[in-house]
Design a protein around this ligand. Sequence first.
Ligand code: PMP
Length: 473
Amino acid sequence: SPVRVLSTLKGCLTVSSTESAISSAHGLGWRAKEITQREVARYAERTRGSQKASVRARLVMPLGVPSSFQAYDPHPIVVKAARGANMWDVDDNEYVDYDMGFGALFSGHVNPLVRRAIDAQLDDGTLFVTPCELNADVAELLGQRYGLPMWRFTNSGTEATMDAIRVARGATGRDKIVKVEGGYHGHHDEVMISMKPKLEDAGPADRPNSVPATAGITQAVLGDTIVVPYNDAEALERALRHEDVACFIVEPVMENIGICLPDPGYLEAVREITTRYGTLLIFDEVKTGITAGWGGATGALGVTPDLVALAKSIGGGLPLGAFGGKREYMDQITMGRVLHLGTYNGNPLCMTAAKAVLSEVCTPQATAIAIGRNKLLVDACSDIIEEANLPAQVLQFGAKGCVTWTAEPVRNYRDYKKSDLDLAFAQWIYGINRGILLPPGLDEQWLISIMHSDEESMRYANVFSDFVNELTA
Ligand code: PMP
């Protein structure tokens, strides 16, 4: 059933049929379910090779996937190749990829300039575990974009947020951290709390409980992570007032509940409150970094954090993370108070890819063109929603966009929980059966990459229009 499908999408997403209030209220619920039933059968038919591959993989990997985010019922598509904006599965179905590696491929699949850099590096070695000049090249390029002077490299976003938090604890001598309800910052213990809590566990909206997202989180860790609602400066102030919080880690624009924008003045208030209480402000720009604009969300929104965590698109499709910040905080590492380690940190293969991404591929001009293309798609989807008078929001932040099925704009996790996931799922499966690969998690967003042509950027608008016509017929 769609509910079961949804409950396994992105692992932590839990759905109950009672949450489909909107589609019922608008009389769309049955239509969405009918479409889903038909499309699930069609999906099974089109993806027999993926099904076979999944059955084999489940024998040797839990859920048959290398990351639980990749699992969904009845089985995920199993991919054999990707180039530019396109992807092909083992059944030879072709897709325009709007997922782009959960937003990690702003450069496009196998961007020719990234490939050229990697090819050249293969002649010279892939791992030195002693510095190479590319390290400082990339640190300088990130410094120019984010206005922060000191950087270190990691292999993932998880490591980047984990190390940034450790630097904040070292710098302040404090244990506690504050994160936002519904925020995702990777899979280390202290942030796997209140990622997508069930409402019955979540407590009052303005003082949410800290809810572990997985087994294996100790009570001690749980006790050190305080959870606040997004877009609520007062709640943050209450949490920091005791002057025992090392850092507030937040996505400047939340991109794991669709796209949730800051209210005017919220981030400025966050900056002021964190400074007042001696708490470091960490922007998690793993998703917004370089896709929000040339200088990330930091540049687009004009609020500078103390530390920033990056990953995904800076690596051009290779595994790379980074964290950077003000000298006084990064000097915790210089002084040896905070240790930052890793065999693969700054390996030349990922570094050369990042250098190509930051200097040749995602230039200010190319970034602006992709964002412009995305705006055309977002506007087209908005027109379709408006014309059909549907309860949905179409949102854009830089090169990313999404349709969220709520009657009102989403300001925080509790608002997001009102979204109609029956409609969202029907939209997703309708798309995938027509060569449109949207992120499977329903809480992610599409990314228009540097390599999406005008036509490839807009293809989804036509399919979305057909979906809405069927939904409202
Ligand atoms: N922070 C945010 C905002 C993310 O979206 C993610 C991954 N989706 C991470 C951190 C973790 O990154 P990674 O998967 O590379 O560990």
